[in-house]
Design a protein around this ligand. Sequence first.
Ligand code: HEC
Ligand code: HEC
Ligand code: HEC
Ligand code: HEC
Length: 300
Amino acid sequence: MKKALAAAAVVFSAVLVWCPPSHAIDTYAAGDAATGISTSRHNLGGTGVFTRTGNTTEICVFCHTPHHSNTLSDIKPLWNRQTSVSLSGYTAYGTTLAGTIINNTDLGSTTLACLSCHDGTTTYDNLVNAPGKNGVEPNGSDRAWEFITLDEVVSDFMTSSRLNIGVSLSNDHPISVPYKDTVAGLRPTDTVINDIDLTTGLASSAFGFDGGNLNKNLWAVKGYISETAQISDLLRETNGEMRVECSSCHDPHFNNKSWNEVDATWSSESSTQEDESNGLFLRRVGGNTGSGVCRTCHNK
Ligand code: HEC
Ligand code: HEC
Ligand code: HEC
Ligand code: HEC
């Protein structure tokens, strides 16, 4: 009996090993739209599969509104949330090795947008223009909605230590840092991302790894997977300088699941959608395989 069970277990695990992943690796080609927010962790409405509320089925409303967006904070685009804390509540990176100084007043709009959830101080439902006819509060107000994850009521703001970036940005990759191509091995801003050579000299396995994404180096830019985008397309302007912001490396709408490390964390057993992992919203097809995200800007 025990033997039979053991044999069955072997067969079962063999079957699991042979199951094709729910999403094939490298499913994105140039020209594809960088889609998938509705199936990602950024769908907080009732149709979402992870953290969600029963109070609305809208998806975009947690971040954007077509009218009455937050002008008090000057956050774009069409931002529908309260800004978490005043700028002075953050700690910017400070001074880099090359002597570049980043102050709190340099923090860019799209970074403050991400932080309006990811610094762990503002509730997900702190909205300016509530869905439907539910009213406008100029700098947002907490709508007192209940959120659930895996059928358990959860906190309505970021508590996960992995996902909570916090108000100190001093332990994160320099954010809102101006991009100067004379330091840190940074490539010229007019470098075509797709032309960057990330494979020469690597083991031959690197060429085919995860769908060969190190050869292609495709990034999502302006909502599409692009083979013509330049590094300048990843930068955003604040205080007259082009800077690296959260949205340089991440696209909050792109449910990017194009690399092994992410696919491997998909649930193979119960396969309820709620167990599934997301692709960290990285802009690069293949994620950070071979440190492709880092080496796109840094010629290291
Ligand atoms: C979790 C927050 C969040 C949600 C939800 C969200 N967005 Fe965005 N959106 C952003 C941020 C942040 C930016 C700025 C990104 C950048 O700098 O590239 C943005 C930019 C955009 C842009 C302009 C840049 C681009 O990528 O095309 C469009 C269009 C857009 N969003 C549409 C939508 C629509 C439509 C929805 C709902 C289906 C949606 N967004 C949901 C955060 C969000
Ligand atoms: C409306 C609130 C909100 C905003 C704004 C927002 N996020 Fe998120 N984000 C979330 C939530 C909620 C989760 C999932 C939390 C959980 O797993 O319980 C998440 C998850 C993530 C993850 C992890 C995904 C994974 O697979 O584990 C990343 C990366 C991320 N967000 C980046 C960003 C970036 C970058 C921005 C700005 C461009 C942004 N977020 C803006 C709410 C937000
Ligand atoms: C220079 C590129 C870059 C910038 C800028 C950047 N990120 Fe990330 N982020 C990454 C990479 C790469 C990963 C995946 C790391 C890994 O594989 O563990 C990541 C992971 C994350 C995660 C998941 C954390 C984890 O370890 O699971 C969150 C949340 C996140 N980023 C949010 C943000 C927010 C918010 C900002 C702006 C304050 C930001 N990121 C700016 C590159 C960047
Ligand atoms: C969008 C372009 C871009 C990407 C992608 C990027 N960086 Fe950077 N990185 C910069 C800029 C700009 C600076 C600031 C250089 C300066 O002025 O000192 C920087 C600085 C750094 C520094 C030096 C910080 C200091 O205090 O001097 C390190 C280390 C670094 N990056 C590592 C990484 C890693 C690791 C990744 C991948 C996860 C990465 N970078 C991805 C643009 C980028």
